[in-house]
Write a protein that binds this ligand. Structure first.
Ligand SMILES: [Fe+2]
Ligand SMILES: [Fe+2]
Length: 171
């Protein structure tokens, strides 16, 4: 029996149509930041943290969750591409935006989240909404926790990942 609180049910409901899509599921096969954490797992982490922060601040939490889930939908196995690590940082938001726009009817706020999530590294790609800035911040927090090995030890890791394999299919 799956037991979720009301916030978790809302999160699962908001991302339900996205996470069931095969392109989103392809992120499971792309390594991200460190071994053992897939691009999909990272994206769920970012989406959930952004959703929770935006809920607390009374901002558009649904856009944060959906944009957060799609922010790294670049779908490139960099091991098979001749692209430098630096260049990847700059081009992957554009690839993610292209894939997300072709696959889903995403809103302007969600587009802004995806396109500008690497700010301030991408100096000219500035978030235009507070929600976008929060997803960008959440991305950095999640990436840091993943890269320093903290995320791998967090109890919430399995629970968060269940939004892919169980919760979002049970809602
Ligand atoms: Fe990214
Ligand atoms: Fe990311």
């Amino acid at each position: 029996m799956i037991s979720l609180n009301s916030r978790q049910i809302e999160f699962a409901t908001v991302i339900r149509d996205l996470i069931r899509n095969e392109k989103v599921q392809q992120m499971e096969y792309i390594k991200h930041h460190v071994g053992g954490v897939s691009c999909l797992e990272h994206s769920i982490f970012v989406a959930y943290l952004s959703f929770v922060i935006c809920k607390k601040l009374n901002l558009d939490a649904a856009a944060a969750a959906r944009g957060g889930l799609l922010h790294d939908l670049y779908l490139c196995d960099w091991n098979k591409e001749n692209v430098s690590r630096i260049r990847r940082l700059f081009i992957h938001p554009q690839l993610a935006l292209k894939n997300a726009s072709e696959t889903f009817a995403i809103t302007n706020v969600e587009k802004d989240i995806i396109e500008n999530h690497m700010w301030p590294l991408t100096i000219s790609k500035i978030p235009h909404h507070r929600v976008s800035a929060i997803v960008s911040l959440a991305d950095k927090i999640c990436a840091t926790l993943e890269m320093c090995g903290v995320y791998a030890k967090m109890k919430t890791r399995r629970r968060l990942y269940n939004f892919n394999s169980r919760y979002s299919y049970a809602i």
